[in-house]
Design a protein around this ligand. Structure first.
Ligand code: UD1
Ligand code: UDP
Length: 379
């Protein structure tokens, strides 16, 4: 009997955990593989929220998060500590997702040991190395190293081919975030009491249109965050809306949001929601206002118009489908675009149509089958 292949699955932040838990489950279900989970814990509380819901107990937890960590100290620690885990585990393959510091360092540490890398959510490109920063360069580095590139869409696959990645290394799989979203949405439907944590706000804001907000991009720190906060303050001046804003734990986000928005009765600045509650917020919201990557993928799947507070996006599929619109970080523009959606029924309805350009919920299964093909050991 051939021995199963050991895959070290490396992640560290909330969105990586959300997008990898379906893949970990699919690897566990396939006798070809022995998945070993290593979390850097680049995020702590926000990562743990997902691990708990997904029922993942990591085999290695590096516990690397430090308050207000810098990119260089974080990356140095990641590279050293992930390398040690690889030396101990001697995996056959390493899997990383997306474009965080953890993903980039995991790919480099694997490359230094000549271990093949599987890249989930490959090929996203904005074409601007400062938007988003530092993610655009992180994913290009992973793209230079990866053995298998799992592109969520044809657009991301084409970006890899344009960078001369051989076509037989690139596979369009859909984005695993849709697997996660469909799973959690069904779980919420089966047991609505699980998301009762928002009931008090639902009651307080009954009759108002809910604007769901998230924001955390490093390139928006400073002026960008101030402008986003100013825009939300103006939006909240209307008494027909209420804002529910689970505030990211990054201190650069919290300081601005709490000082500018902390006193408004129809703005709820709340702690990061666990994934089931956030999915519930998506369902309650009339409009999402965000600079997040994942939310740009989830909102179209639920037919929620999403205004993206960025200058560029590596996820143009939502814009093409008509559910997402780039509005930048100019306060006046954000307010104008949002009021148009609130006041112009036709404009709202043209965006509020469910599209699923990012996947069909079967991405994790496809990825695991493709790796099994690669190693020549179909279960
Ligand atoms: C990171 C990723 C970004 C991703 C985002 C998702 C990098 C460089 N950035 O950005 O690509 O889009 O996660 O949210 O990899 N903090 C806590 N508790 C937590 C999480 C964060 O207190 O659970 C605070 C800490 O002070 C920490 C800071 O937030 O130092 C920044 O965390 P970090 O992971 O460096 O950056 P993010 O801005 O979260
Ligand atoms: N999310 C969550 N709780 C929150 C805010 C977001 O579970 O309070 C989820 C959201 O559904 C999405 C992911 O976190 O799947 C996005 O994470 P984030 O915006 O931090 O990172 P990005 O996607 O921009 O890398």
């Amino acid at each position: 009997m051939i021995s199963p292949v050991k895959i070290l699955v490396v992640f560290g932040t909330r969105p990586e955990a959300i997008k990898l838990f379906p893949v970990v489950a699919a690897l566990r279900a396939d006798p070809c593989f022995v998945p070993v989970v290593c979390v850097s814990a680049q995020h702590r509380q926000m990562l743990d929220q997902v691990l708990e819901i997904a029922g993942i107990v990591p085999d290695h937890d590096l516990d690397l998060m430090r308050p207000d960590q810098s990119l260089d100290t974080l990356t140095a620690a990641l590279l050293t500590e992930l390398g040690k885990v690889m030396d101990t585990e001697q995996p056959d393959r390493v899997m990383v997702q997306g474009d965080t510091a953890t993903a980039m360092s995991g790919a480099i540490a694997a490359y230094y040991r000549k271990i093949p890398v599987d890249h989930v959510e490959a090929g996203l490109r904005s074409g601007n190395i400062y938007h988003p920063w530092p993610e655009e360069v992180n994913r290009k580095i992973i793209g230079a190293i990866a053995s298998l590139h799992f592109a969520p869409t044809e657009v991301s696959a084409a970006a890899l081919l344009a960078e001369n990645v051989p076509a037989n290394r690139v596979h369009v799989t859909g984005n695993t975030v849709i697997d996660a979203l469909l799973w959690v949405t069904e779980r919420n439907r089966e047991a609505p009491q699980r998301v009762s944590g928002l009931a008090e706000l639902e009651q307080r804001f009954a009759g108002k249109r809910i604007i769901g907000v998230t924001s955390h991009r490093r390139e928006n720190f400073g002026d960008g965050m101030e402008a986003i906060a100013a825009a939300i303050r103006q939006i909240a001046a209307r008494d027909d809306v209420a804002v529910i804003f689970p505030v990211h734990l990054n201190p650069n986000v919290r300081a601005v949001m709490h000082s500018v928005l902390g006193d408004l009765p129809n703005v709820a600045l709340i702690e990061p929601l666990d994934y089931p509650h956030f999915a519930h917020l998506l369902s309650l919201a009339t409009i999402m206002l965000t600079d997040s990557g994942g939310v740009q993928e989830e909102a179209p799947a639920l037919g929620k118009p999403v205004l993206v507070m960025r200058e560029t996006t590596e996820r143009p599929e939502g814009v093409t489908a008509g559910t997402a619109r780039l509005v930048g970080t100019d306060a006046a523009r954000i307010v104008t675009e949002l009021f148009t959606l609130l006041d112009d029924k036709a404009a709202y309805e043209s965006m509020a149509r469910a599209h699923n350009p990012f996947g069909d919920g079967q991405s994790a299964r496809r990825i695991v089958e493709l790796i099994a093909d690669e190693i020549g050991r179909k279960a």
